[in-house]
Design a protein around this ligand. Structure first.
Ligand SMILES: [Ca+2]
Length: 317
């Protein structure tokens, strides 16, 4: 499928989702989509996915205008967010066997990493400087690990299509409870008050950390168009303001999202990190963002990448 087809499909999907009262009721894709999620050809690297985007945007805007009913339009195509090439400041070892789906720092400085794939999913406590796995807990073979976050006093780990969020002890990583949800689980982060979850759509869902109850949601847009395939997430508070950082699946981009409006403020282009980590294998897309609040460090990696990269905070307009 070409970029135009993808963009048009994304637009149609985003519009449909805007009409859904509860996105937890979204249809779970077929087994064919399961294959495509991990093994479909990458739609261009190093910005190639968005090559020709202005024309695509124009066509998509016309499609939106034609499809929307008369009356006030909630979204209008505008200027796309600025793109900043990631500047690499440091590199750290990363287990190339880790199919990274969730990544964040514990307050003490170690990383928690959630990995996916049926039969080999884990949750790990990892030391940054040498990549040593300090503790690991395997998931049952029928569970596919996804995003994870520290919420109050529990590490919560999503599963992809199993509708189960495992609540773990932050020290031992042992499961001590479980939440249930409908639909897919992709990324997860915590803003100090709410869990923020992605499910592969353009929508971020806010949840109560104590009950996992849905509190609300927001559609992420760039230039007025929905940004589909939001994947791993990270909450960052910086200069008194909070942003949700999100990998966009099968692209080199991390988007910086204003949490209440859903507007993409900027895109961070990880093409150089991807190239250094042997980006020729289409399964091994960028995924994994961790913010070290104490040290002011931004870490990124990818599925099966041999390195973690500390990158500079992108400039803001
Ligand atoms: Ca993260």
């Amino acid at each position: 499928m070409g970029g135009g087809g993808l963009e048009a499909a994304a637009l149609a999907k985003g519009y449909r989702e805007n009409d859904c009262e509860d996105m937890d009721m979204r249809v779970i894709p077929s087994a064919g989509m399961q294959y495509s999620r991990f093994f479909a050809p990458v739609q261009g690297r190093g910005g190639g996915f968005f090559r020709g985007l202005p024309i695509v945007r124009l066509l998509a805007a016309c499609l939106l205008a034609a499809c929307l009913p008369a009356g006030p339009h909630p979204a209008r195509a505008g200027e796309p967010a600025p793109v900043h090439a990631a500047r690499i400041l440091a590199e750290f070892p990363h287990d190339p066997q880790a199919f990274t789906q969730g990544l964040f720092f514990l307050p003490g400085g170690d990383l928690i990493e959630s990995t996916g794939l049926y039969g080999s999913s884990e949750i790990r406590r990892v030391r940054l400087r040498d990549g040593k796995v300090l503790r690991r807990e395997r998931l049952p073979a029928h569970l596919f690990g996804e995003g994870a976050a520290l919420a109050v006093d529990a590490v919560v780990q999503l599963t992809w299509r199993e509708g189960r969020a495992l609540a773990r002890d932050p020290g031992s990583l042992a499961v001590r409870g479980e939440f249930r949800y409908v639909g897919e689980g992709w990324g997860l982060t915590f803003d100090g008050r709410r869990l923020i979850m992605s499910n592969g759509s353009a929508r971020l869902i806010f949840r109560d950390p104590a009950t996992f109850a849905r509190l609300g949601d927001v559609v992420v847009t760039d230039g007025g168009l929905p940004v589909e395939d939001l994947n791993e997430l990270e909450w960052v508070e910086r200069d008194g303001a909070g942003l949700v950082l999100a990998n966009v699946w099968r692209t080199p981009y991390v988007v910086g999202v204003e949490p209440e409006s859903g507007r993409v403020r900027w895109r961070l282009d990880l093409s150089e990190c991807w190239r250094r980590s042997g980006g020729q294998d289409e399964r091994f897309v960028p995924n994994g963002i961790a913010w070290d609040a104490a040290g002011g460090r931004l870490l990124v990696t990818g599925k099966g990448w041999p390195r973690l990269y500390q990158v500079a905070w992108p400039e803001t307009p």
